[in-house]
Design a protein around this ligand. Structure first.
Ligand code: FE
Ligand code: FE
Ligand code: ZN
Length: 276
């Protein structure tokens, strides 16, 4: 069965997200650990987590994906901002231990003119500070579109980070279809070759999740504007090949398309119908 869900608001807690997921025929979901712009997280409601875990087990929800605030920048030129990113992620990982066995995705960061090498070194340094052998969450680097000075604009840059993380079994990658397309990987005409390249550079065993998005822009545009499935430049046929590709079909897929709940429900139904 296709594992698919969408990004949900976490403001009402875990159980509410689980029920929303079930209401749109999703069997997974993604959520921000706190306000996407950063800031303090609400106190973790342990009763809500307990209720959610029972509900998820009964309703077949699995492989949920926590997403770090996208404003965190672990490779900022400003020491305070680097420190803030590290402390926030540390706190997120501590909280995610209450729902063990899932993944935590983050945007590697922007080197803001310091150069990729400096960026990679700050990011891997931060990960080496926060990961512990006890953590039961896998931390994912997201493939980025390469807008501005984003680190992770190609598979090599992600590989560089992974190579320098000591507890490498705690690490993985989340492939965002809009981002790789915008980054110049032609998943429309050369999906096999792109995945071969991913395997050669990073290793497909590192790939733990897929963000399933269409893109408003052309191949290699480095823009990062998501479109509804079938309404962008990637198109429904290519996205159908993505969910059915033998290297990907067992992975969890998360929609981050510009939709309200009914739009997500429609896209989930569409992809379930197209899943072989
Ligand atoms: Fe993201
Ligand atoms: Fe994404
Ligand atoms: Zn994006």
């Amino acid at each position: 069965m296709l594992t698919i869900g969408c990004h949900l608001s976490s403001s009402k807690g875990y159980l509410a997200m689980g029920k929303t997921a079930v209401s749109i025929d999703a069997n997974t979901f993604q959520f921000f650990t706190r306000n996407p712009r950063g800031g303090n997280a609400k106190a973790l409601d342990e009763a809500d987590v307990k209720d959610y875990l029972a509900y998820a087990a009964q309703n077949g929800i699995h492989h949920i994906l926590a997403h770090a605030p996208y404003t965190l920048n672990g490779c900022s030129a400003d020491e305070h901002l680097r420190d803030f990113a590290r402390r926030t992620m540390e706190d997120d990982l501590r909280r995610l231990e209450f729902t063990p066995g899932n993944c935590y995705n983050f945007h590697p960061g922007s080197h803001v003119g310091q150069g990729v090498e400096t960026g990679v070194s700050y990011i891997s340094g931060m990960l080496n500070q926060i990961l512990t052998p006890q953590h039961q969450t896998t931390v994912l680097l997201e493939t980025m579109s390469g807008k501005g000075s984003e680190v992770g604009r190609n598979f090599e840059e992600l590989r560089e980070i992974l190579d320098r993380v000591q507890l490498s079994d705690k690490m993985g990658v989340c492939l965002d279809t809009c981002h790789v397309w915008d980054g110049g990987y032609d998943i429309v005409n050369h999906l096999d070759e792109v995945l071969d390249e991913f395997d050669r550079v990073i290793g497909l065993k590192r790939l733990k999740a897929v963000h399933l998005n269409d893109s408003m822009n052309d191949l290699g545009s480095h823009k990062d504007r998501h479109a509804k499935l079938g309404e962008g430049k990637i198109g429904l046929e290519a996205l159908t090949r993505v969910v059915n590709h033998p290297a990907l079909s067992e992975l969890p897929f998360y929609l981050e398309t510009p939709n309200e709940l009914d739009g997500y429900a429609k896209e989930i139904r569409m992809m379930r119908e197209r899943y072989l």
